[in-house]
Design a protein around this ligand. Structure first.
Ligand code: PLP
Length: 250
């Protein structure tokens, strides 16, 4: 775990250097879908507080698992003040990165700090309505299908600005930025056109001041294409395999 974390930091540093950016401006979300509970606890103990999941049910199980773990740690620390909780985050923040069904909105809102995968007006409205009902504001990203591939989730490039405008009128949603996924291929360069296009739409949104100054998140890049993502301006990476190892073969 620790080695994998260090290797990942090295990759981020190297590509930030290459792109003339600061590695500290690139945040990593550890996507835990193939991680064991043990790996997740280890990562959190190392001080990492940004976690992501792609499925609602698994996310809620892991939230519960970690709450229990952090609670236990704190109780222990309280009983013996010398024992160390140093480096243990006060709270972890969960990100919903996978496709979200409208009937799961109610369940997910209390659990997550940011929803990366808003891919339709109907989903945005559903989140907004529930957020209004419980009187909260939900941070969201619009998921972009930048290259308009037919079988991919996400809003097609040309429709993104319009959706961003609509979301901007919804008081219980806070548009924080855009998310996109590269194609599922072996060549990281295949991701570049989509990343570049998404970055372009992102800067248009910011130039038009849609969403305001807090619209500052560009979530793109996974284990295989994070270098390309950093070069194209990503400030949030979603990393699974590079931290937790490859998923078991089916
Ligand atoms: C699984 C997943 C990731 C992480 O992918 P890796 O290739 O394991 O780094 C990132 N984003 C989403 C939406 C995912 O489902």
């Amino acid at each position: 775990m620790k080695d994998a974390y260090r290797r990942l930091q090295d990759r981020i540093q190297a590509s930030a250097d290459k792109a003339g950016r600061r590695a500290g401006d690139v945040q990593t979300i550890a996507v835990t879908k193939y991680a064991s509970p043990d790996q997740i606890r280890t990562l959190v103990e190392m001080g990492h507080a940004e976690l992501g999941e792609s499925k609602v049910q698994q996310l809620s199980q892991r939230v519960a698992m970690l709450e229990e773990f952090l609670g236990r740690k704190k109780t222990l620390a309280g009983a013996a003040p010398k024992s160390s909780v140093d480096g243990l985050p006060e709270k972890v923040r969960w990100h919903m990165v996978g496709h979200l069904q409208r009937n799961k909105v109610k369940q997910i809102i209390p659990l997550v700090g940011l929803i990366h995968s808003v891919d339709s007006l109907r989903l945005a409205e559903e989140i907004h309505n529930y957020a209004a009902r419980i009187d909260t504001v939900v941070d969201i990203l619009i998921q972009v299908n930048a290259t308009s591939e037919p079988n991919k989730t996400g809003v097609a490039g040309p429709a993104v600005i319009h959706l961003a405008d609509q979301i901007d009128t919804m008081m219980h949603l806070r548009l924080r930025g855009l998310m996109t996924m590269g194609p599922n291929t072996d060549n990281p360069e295949d991701a570049r056109p989509g990343f570049a296009r998404t970055a372009e739409i992102f800067s248009e949104i910011r130039k038009d001041k849609i969403g305001g100054p807090e619209c500052n998140v560009l979530s793109m890049g996974m284990s295989s294409d994070l270098e390309v993502a950093i070069e194209e301006g990503a400030n949030v990476l979603r990393i699974g395999r590079a931290l937790f190892g490859d998923p078991p073969q089916e």
